[in-house]
Design a protein around this ligand. Structure first.
Ligand code: GLN
Length: 450
């Protein structure tokens, strides 16, 4: 039923790049039984899920939203997808995304933009826009996304769903096509915090095949999900609210604050003084890592190959120019420049120092409180085409999500209020930011608030 619904909504929303055939759905069930992994921690038999098209899957193609990988079928399965398959869940399809996860609106996909289910002329956010739209439109019960600088949280806010970016290292990156390896993290996008807890339970935990996955034992995300919030201390980062200013997002967050106070939560102001430097540091670090990660797409071992190359240099140049879209090429150029001899100290190393300062800010703030409450975005989903000609305004979409990514902390975007736009009301979100490996608390607060 969900598969039919997904297919029917395709012309309107374009949320999927690949929708599983009957055969592929069937194969997944048999395939799951053969996976030589640990026993599944829970039973999600028959639950229809979707998965962002950058997780390698053996039974469906993995395009990463790019012409470069248009026809690529991976010979192996990502850890996150195999762990979900092991619980008995099925993937209805691979969701649309910004090419190589670079973007905030899903307009950078080679397969065309995704539309926001709440208003078709508005973007769903990005880069996990297909996953967010599919969940919001009821085309699946939950979806896997990835977040490097905000790609789970921002589209979740724009589509009115819940999206959790776990602590860096909590979920395995094995089999995820890499964008910026020191930031990339897989996480659940669902209707409720409870569903997010279920999906996180399935995918979290150490993995021998990802050396950056953490050995920290996985918490029980369901045990305390109903715990009363009485006595909890929440920090409000003052720099975030200064940058946000008046408007519907502030109003919605203040409403939420009031409701949480009634549940016994106390609020205090905290300071994250280096917040204004985070965006610039991210747009050096992420492109730097991307430029090296994407060097593997050379038209020889992987990816699109141009016709009748004259020599090797021509093969590289033309395959990459034809295979990568404009935004990906821009990031590769920025990254290569930032890492080049003579500029590395001025840009890359400086950005790493800023990253440390941003991280220390959070450590200090989280010494005083249990978690932080912040905005996810400056406003509601913008219109398709509104920011396509202005990369810097697009980059600013991640103002409130990027600092958390640089610090490697967990954060959840939870639906919170609405804003009027285009004659309708569009959903907004709020962001709860927790200490390292404190996902259980974020899920508890989000669940009690919902
Ligand atoms: N919008 C940010 C970028 O383009 C974040 C994307 C992401 O988290 N994958 O880099």
């Amino acid at each position: 039923e969900f598969a039919t619904r997904a297919r029917d909504a395709q012309p309107e929303l374009n949320a999927y790049i690949t929708i599983a055939t009957e055969d592929q759905l069937e194969q997944q069930t048999t395939y799951a039984r053969d996976l030589a992994l640990k026993d599944a921690p829970l039973d999600l038999a028959g639950i229809p899920l979707a998965i962002k098209d950058l997780f390698c899957t053996e039974l469906m193609p993995t395009t990463c939203g790019s012409k470069m990988l248009e026809n690529y079928v991976s010979p192996f399965e990502s850890t996150a997808s195999s762990r979900l398959l092991q619980t008995g869940a099925v993937f209805l399809g691979k969701t649309n995304m910004d090419e190589f996860a670079m973007g905030s609106s899903n307009e950078n996909s080679f397969f065309g933009p995704v539309r926001n289910p709440w208003h078709k002329e508005h973007v769903p956010g990005g880069s996990s826009g297909g996953s967010a739209a599919a969940v919001a439109a009821g085309l699946c019960l939950g979806a896997l996304g990835t977040d490097t600088g905000g790609s789970i949280r921002q589209p979740a806010a724009y589509c009115g769903i819940t999206g959790l970016k776990p602590t860096y290292g909590r979920t395995s990156r094995y089999g995820m096509v890499a964008y910026a390896s020191s930031l990339d993290q897989a996480g659940p996008m669902t209707r409720t915090a409870y569903d997010a807890a279920l999906m996180l339970t399935a995918i979290a935990g150490p993995d021998d095949r990802d050396s950056t996955s953490s050995a920290e034992p996985v918490a029980d995300y369901l045990k305390d999900i109903n715990k009363p919030l009485q006595g909890l201390r929440v920090g409000l980062p003052k720099e975030y609210f200064e940058a946000l200013g008046e408007g519907p997002v502030l109003n919605a967050i203040m409403e939420a604050k009031k409701a949480l106070e009634q549940q016994g939560v106390t609020f205090v102001d905290v300071s994250l003084p280096h917040s204004n430097l985070a965006l610039s540091a991210y747009y050096i670090i992420a492109p730097a890592e991307a430029s090296t990660n994407l060097s593997r797409f050379d038209g020889v071992r992987f990816g699109h190959r141009c016709n009748s190359a004259r020599d090797l240099a021509d093969l590289y140049a033309r395959s990459r120019s034809e295979g990568f879209g404009a935004e990906v090429q821009r990031r590769i150029l920025i990254g290569t420049f930032a890492l080049s001899a003579g500029y590395q100290d001025a840009f890359y190393k400086q950005a790493q120092r800023v990253r440390r300062l941003v991280k220390n800010d959070f450590i200090d703030a989280l010494d005083q409180v249990d978690l932080l409450l912040a905005p996810v975005t400056l406003g509601a989903a913008f219109r398709l085409g509104e920011k396509t000609d202005d990369p810097v305004s697009m980059y600013k979409e991640d103002l409130f999500t990027i600092p958390v990514s640089l610090a490697g902390l967990p954060a959840i975007s939870v639906p919170c209020g609405t804003a009027d736009a285009s004659g309708t009301s569009l959903p907004l979100g709020m962001q709860l930011i927790g200490n390292y490996f404190d996902e259980a608390r974020l899920l508890n607060v989000a669940h009690q608030w919902q």
